[in-house]
Design a protein around this ligand. Structure first.
Ligand code: UT7
Length: 336
């Protein structure tokens, strides 16, 4: 049986209005614009309003993506939401967004793969469409990380921001044709980047609040940094081999946006000059699952893509999880 082609037919993003600059952090913790910028590349990040939730941001991005794809909410068969900062532990944020956008015919579920959430979601969407199970899937990445950031912990608070992205993924183009998508995971170092409170192991209590367990913690940033480079480098090499592509085939590199130094090392490894690397972390920091969708939106807005341009996507996050994907820009639907 011939597999269906799978396209990202629209890609939209939403970032909240509130801006928090490095200078703002200088007034809160022992840090400096110079330290933050030189170690991470970040200048500022967006922060959601108090009454703006992960589902609100995801809904904004989703409505834009539906409009751009010229689809109605009722055309959607499945909603996938990649997030590590859901509205609630349950019900899923996907169900909440389903109701908000009125996608009454869709199934809905969340995907928890931290910063690799977009690529995990893309792989799930691809499998459902390729198998013929569904024709139209709405993939949403949305993060209100400011809700779980410890603004007294300088090791983590300067790194993260809020934002969302959404894609309509379909069996008919044109758009970004989804090629190989590869995923990986290694749970042996899960404690290096985690939030320990609020789940079944440490249910919420006065003690868990006092111990600040309801915040995201990164206990060894350098170890995370090194593993991120190693795993994304391996994932990139593996996918190029599998897809039979070389560095010359990469028109643009769209990596997860955690640290500019990580991105620069990978760009060098894959021989992609920085003009062809999409970076948004200067403005938005690390928005976890949302980074790649937001970066893709910036790239598409620039209207620089030419027919058959190939994009390499790489992600790494808590778990640890990682993933890689190739997308090809197609102005017309490709029939098999
Ligand atoms: O998205 C999921 C994946 N996440 C990542 O990939 C993040 C990976 N890690 C990183 O990006 C980097 O490790 C950080 C940006 C978090 C830290 O950069 P680093 O160059 O690895 O710094 P470090 O952790 O080795 O810390 C160097 C120094 C320490 O001080 P001492 O011990 O040398 O006196 C830290 O206490 O910098 C200090 N430091 C800070 N100083 C000013 C840590 N955070 C800050 C800060 N401002 N915000």
């Amino acid at each position: 049986m011939a597999h269906q082609n799978v396209y990202i037919v629209s890609n939209s993003s939403y970032v909240p209005k509130g801006v928090m600059t490095n200078q703002d952090f200088e007034k809160m913790v022992d840090t400096s614009d110079q330290w933050i910028h030189s170690r991470t590349g970040i200048r500022e990040r967006r922060i959601a309003a108090e009454d703006e939730s992960t589902s609100d941001m995801g809904t904004n991005a989703a409505l834009k993506a539906l409009k751009a794809a010229k689809k109605r909410a009722d055309d959607i068969d499945l909603i996938l939401v990649a997030t590590l900062s859901p509205d609630f532990i349950f019900p899923s944020t996907a169900c909440i967004i389903q109701e908000k956008i009125g996608a009454s015919k869709s199934a809905a579920m969340d995907i928890q793969a931290a910063c690799s959430g977009f690529l995990y979601g893309l792989s799930v969407a691809k499998a459902y469409i390729q198998s013929g199970t569904y024709n139209n899937i709405l993939l949403i990445s949305s993060e209100k990380l400011s809700a779980i950031i410890d603004y007294e912990d300088r090791n983590t608070c300067v790194l993260f921001g809020d934002g969302a992205a959404a894609q309509v993924i379909s069996n008919e183009g044109p758009g970004l044709l989804v090629g190989e998508v590869l995923l990986g995971a290694d749970g042996s170092q899960s404690e290096l980047l985690c939030m320990q409170g609020g789940g079944s192991r440490n249910p919420a209590s006065i003690e868990t609040v006092k111990q600040r367990l309801h915040y995201l913690k990164m206990t060894d940033g350098q170890a995370v940094f090194k593993t991120a480079i190693k795993k994304m480098a391996e994932a990139g090499s593996r996918i190029m081999q599998k897809a039979n592509l070389t560095s010359d085939d990469i028109a643009f590199f769209v990596p997860h946006q955690a640290n500019l130094r990580i991105i620069e090392v990978l760009a060098k490894k894959f021989n992609v000059p920085m003009e062809r690397v999409v970076t948004t972390l200067q403005k938005y920091g690390n928005t976890s699952a949302s980074t790649i969708g937001i970066a893709l939106d910036e790239l598409l807005q620039r209207k620089v893509l030419k027919e058959d341009d190939k994009l390499l996507l790489l992600a790494f996050g808590s778990g640890f999880t990682w993933g890689s994907a190739f997308l090809t820009f197609k102005k017309e639907d490709q029939h098999d």
